[in-house]
Design a protein around this ligand. Structure first.
Ligand SMILES: Cc1ncc(COP(=O)(O)O)c(C=O)c1O
Length: 349
């Protein structure tokens, strides 16, 4: 079952509400009736250190609290470390808590890393845990055959959040929550007041009422813009666009790797490239490099030639390019690196 919502944050909240309802049901109680007021073992949710902040916000809003979150360490490729996850689950069980959900990333916001979904799906099946996949940015990357194998296992997830307003270029706002068990999603949210009830078999009674599957009652026609984008671009068009973006990211990575004054700081999986400007005079001066790169982001953003964001990877500031625009060309990537050099000169005064 799927629902269009405002964005991946709302999609995550919807999916994790279903996960929480399921976990309580598995343990023999009804969270819709009792809320989290009654004494129950603490529910625990696992995500990697690179998981998106919306998981945390959702956990807070669902009354689980931040203490319910376990930030699982990442490996060298910024993916969730499955062995560390296994150990954390055992430790929580031993302490009397109730592990209930693993929130994996299929395209982390920082580097585009894809967690080992197949291994996670196996582990979740063994441990009877709900597998949620945050595919807000990256899930549609699966249509690129070069990276498709990395997504293996996503089809075994109980829920997936996707943001058509990211890589599908659907105008904001448009997120999507997908939950494999339609009936469970309905049980999580359904509440039809008398003034909306219809008699079985009469009028509109047999249509699915989306308000039964999510928090919103009145809702806009978000599906229309998704449909229009899909009709305009076509499946083949989307595949080409996504392949092109991923190839551009590889190209940017090769330009960076070949440049003596740039340093790449993460593997490139999809269309995100993380790197630092590293002019010769700052080599070895970690503090100076950090300050210089931090100063570059607002200068570049205001200059208007290229738009980068900054992020922090393993405690170090990095520049982050995310290629999602249809019009981006290899020439733009060369201009990007030139703009950074130019902004660096300006920042030196
Ligand atoms: C991986 C990931 N998850 C979740 C979100 C949150 O999505 P939204 O801003 O649509 O709520 C984002 C947005 O950047 C994201 O990249």
């Amino acid at each position: 079952m799927g629902l269009f919502v405002s964005g991946a944050s709302m999609a995550t909240l919807t999916c994790l509400a279903a996960a929480r309802f399921w976990a309580a049901k598995e343990a023999g109680w009804n969270v819709r009736e009792r809320g989290l007021q009654a004494q129950q073992p603490d529910l625990v949710l696992y995500l990697s250190e690179e998981g998106h902040g919306c998981i945390r916000k959702a956990a807070e809003m669902l009354g689980l609290g931040n203490n319910a979150l376990r930030l699982v360490p990442i490996n060298a490729d910024f993916q969730m470390d499955v062995n560390a996850l296994r150990v954390a689950i055992q430790a929580d069980r031993a302490a009397g808590r109730q592990p209930f959900c693993v929130s994996a990333s299929a395209g982390t916001v920082n580097t585009g890393a894809i967690d080992p979904l197949s291994l996670l799906a196996d582990l979740c099946a063994q441990e009877n845990l709900w597998l949620h996949v945050d595919g807000a940015y990256g899930a549609v990357g699966k249509v690129d055959p070069r990276v498709a194998p990395l997504f293996e296992g996503i089809e075994r997830a109980q829920s997936v959040a996707i943001d058509p307003h990211k890589w599908l270029s659907v105008p904001v706002e448009c997120g999507c929550a997908l939950v494999s068990d339609k009936q469970l999603l309905r049980e999580t949210f359904s509440l039809v007041p008398p003034y909306l009830q219809l008699e079985e078999g009469k009028g509109f009674a047999n249509l699915p009422w989306f308000s039964e599957y999510g928090f919103q009652q009145t809702r806009g026609f978000r599906a229309l813009k998704v449909w229009m984008v899909l009709q305009t671009t076509g499946r083949q068009g989307l595949v080409q666009r996504i392949q092109h973006h991923n190839a551009l990211a590889q190209h940017l990575a090769s330009l960076i790797d070949a440049a003596p004054d740039f340093e790449r700081v993460a593997p490139v999986t999809l269309s995100i490239v993380c790197f630092r400007y590293l002019p010769p005079e700052l080599k070895g001066d970690e503090e100076g490099i950090e300050q210089m790169n931090r100063a570059l982001v607002p200068l570049l953003q205001l200059a208007g030639e290229a738009f980068l964001t900054g992020t922090v990877l393993r405690g170090h500031f990095a520049l982050r390019a995310c290629i999602l625009h249809d019009g981006t060309t290899p020439a733009d990537l060369r201009i990007l690196l030139e703009s950074i050099r130019h902004a660096a000169e300006l920042s030196r005064g």
